[in-house]
Design a protein around this ligand. Sequence first.
Ligand code: UGA
Length: 433
Amino acid sequence: MKLSVFGCGYLGAVHAAAMASLGHDVVGIDPVAEKIAKLSAGETPFFEPGLPEILSQSLASGRLRFTTDPAEAADADVHFIGVGTPQRRDGAGADMTYVNQAVADLIPHLKPGALVVGKSTVPVGTAARLAELVNAAGARLAWNPEFLREGFAVKDTIEPDRLVYGVADASKEQDTTILDEVYSRAIAAGTPRIVTDYATAELVKVAANSFLATKISFINAMAEIAEVTGADVTQLADAIGHDARIGRRFLNAGVGFGGGCLPKDIRAFTARAEELGKGESVAFLKQVDEINLRRRQRLVDLVVDSFDGRVFGRHVAVLGLAFKPDSDDIRDSPALDVAVRLKGLGAEVVSHDPEAIENARRLHPQLTYADSVDAALEGAEAVVVVTEWKQYRELDAVVTAAKVARPVVFDGRNVLDPATWRGAGWTYTGMGR
Ligand code: UGA
């Protein structure tokens, strides 16, 4: 099929390359010339395992190209909108500038009967509004939310765990057939598929992310209680996680969630619910947000306490900057936030991350960055693990102790074994354990 993908960021670039790898003919469109030049040369503008491979294969096959010119979408029968919907600068709601612009750029080039497919996470009601514009141009609109996780984006796009199509009643069968053809491999593999209306499709996405955020904040709330009672939140999570109705996944307590999705999605959902006069229905999401942000400060407080309340001039090694491992994404990253807060208190923070230093440096040039874990650890009076990269999880407690000035470790992701680290002479502090 001939497809276009508007937006070549974390979502769009992966979608474009993945669709081409499935055999479709794809053009990726983004107004940022630098991004397009990189992608066209087979370079990924961000770190995502597996993306470089499918990108270069698809470019070589001739089925994938990138451009800044929306007119090049004219040939396609299906157009995906995969641009960002960040938090507004002036409030909690979603900034719809990029979605609106992408649709406006696309409309003059739509073939009659083309299908526009929204993938961006949007406030409920957006699809109905955009459908009027698209229909007036003789085309149709569907909403097909994306559930990919950074770090697993390629796999999640090619082998999604479910497909959701929000389609107009009048063209339900026609649009479903087209989307089934786009996703024919996943459909053939028996991937569950839910065909529904626009509002449900839009809500599925924010509901899913709200649920995940709530699960994380729930266990972090338990961590707060564990901290004042001497309980161990990790064992608590293991124990309740054995109940299949609860499940162990997304019950890892620590510095909490960040990234370009969960934080802004719960805020945008709250703002949209308030607009709809139903703010009370999701008022708990404000607490989910508050619990989450409290954990960052809690970790900072623990570090400061270990220096008897004054961290000024003390050398703190912060391991991790990305919001999660296998990503270079620092949007709303708890790890980066902790580094910045400690630096703000006068600590000599030295940060390391295997992939995110470049992005962090652009945003926070005032921080000190180390090229290697060893360089960050050298002379450290406290080590703070805030992103659970494999290389940090696998640090040898004995070897690491020899590198630092003071063997004090803060496990912001509860991924180190307390007994092993204590056994090697460390003062170990986890989050709620
Ligand atoms: C999230 C969702 O998981 C995806 O399904 C969704 O498609 C995506 O947002 C999106 O809306 O585009 P992602 O932002 O890549 O994906 O990251 P997650 O794996 O959900 O992790 C989010 C944050 O929660 C990370 O900072 C992670 O460290 C934290 N987390 C996760 C915890 O603190 N504890 C856990 O148990 C799990």
